[in-house]
Design a protein around this ligand. Structure first.
Ligand code: SF4
Length: 211
């Protein structure tokens, strides 16, 4: 089976297991999801979910966050990694959303990328979760590991991995593959002890039972 057929089969198996993967970041609107995604860089979703209730209680929308004092925000998100830089970036992003986009999260990738604290991975998550739009494939630490083990890329740089995946997977798979590959890496193809014995992809995986 060539790599494109294998990638497609993998995407289909994951999709059968979970037809509508959703982020595990708690949120109830666009503002909350975008801020949670910004806070989640190099931090677990679980950790982010522990800090966001108090953060969103005090800062319920972009307008209020835009006028926040960083010294008041830092203590609320202290449990997440790089909290000082992230506190500054979510305030800066709120100021840009309010001043440049009328208080609404922009829906185009280039405009999302203009927000402080939003890199391509975050923009992909936001667009896919909020609007079901897949302009790319989310590549985080879990996806990087999973697709490398599956032999779908030999790259280690997330941008190059995304390019490889976009070449071998038709666009209709991108949204669900992103969500499913994240969850697969988080719960089955884990970093230290992948559960190859219970993995639905093991017959298609060159690394099965070898890592
Ligand atoms: S077979 Fe093992 S290494 Fe391959 S994707 Fe599944 S859990 Fe990961």
């Amino acid at each position: 089976m060539n790599i494109k057929a294998r990638a497609q089969k993998i995407a289909e198996i994951l999709e059968k297991e979970n037809p509508a993967p959703k982020t595990e970041l708690s949120h109830s609107d666009e503002y909350q999801l975008a801020v949670a995604v910004m806070l989640s860089a190099q931090t677990t979703d679980k950790k982010v979910n522990q800090v966001t209730p108090a953060l969103f209680k005090k800062y319920p929308n972009w307008e209020v966050l835009a006028s926040a004092d960083i010294d008041d925000v830092i203590p609320l998100i202290r449990q997440v990694n790089f909290h000082k830089g992230k506190a500054q970036r979510i305030i800066d992003a709120a100021r840009v959303v309010v001043s440049e986009f009328g208080g609404n999260l922009p829906r185009e990738m280039p405009k999302l990328l203009s927000l402080p604290g939003v890199a391509r991975k975050s923009a992909n998550v936001i667009m896919q979760e909020l609007w079901g739009v897949a302009e790319g494939i989310v590549v985080d630490t879990h996806v990087s590991r999973v697709v490398f083990r599956l032999g779908l890329t030999t790259q280690t740089d997330p941008k190059k991995i995304e390019q490889d995946l976009m070449k071998i997977l038709p666009q209709r798979y991108w949204r669900n593959f992103s969500g499913n590959a994240v969850l697969h890496g988080r719960y089955i193809c884990t970093a230290r002890k992948p559960k190859c014995g219970e993995c639905p992809l093991n017959s298609l995986c060159p690394s099965a039972f070898r890592v």
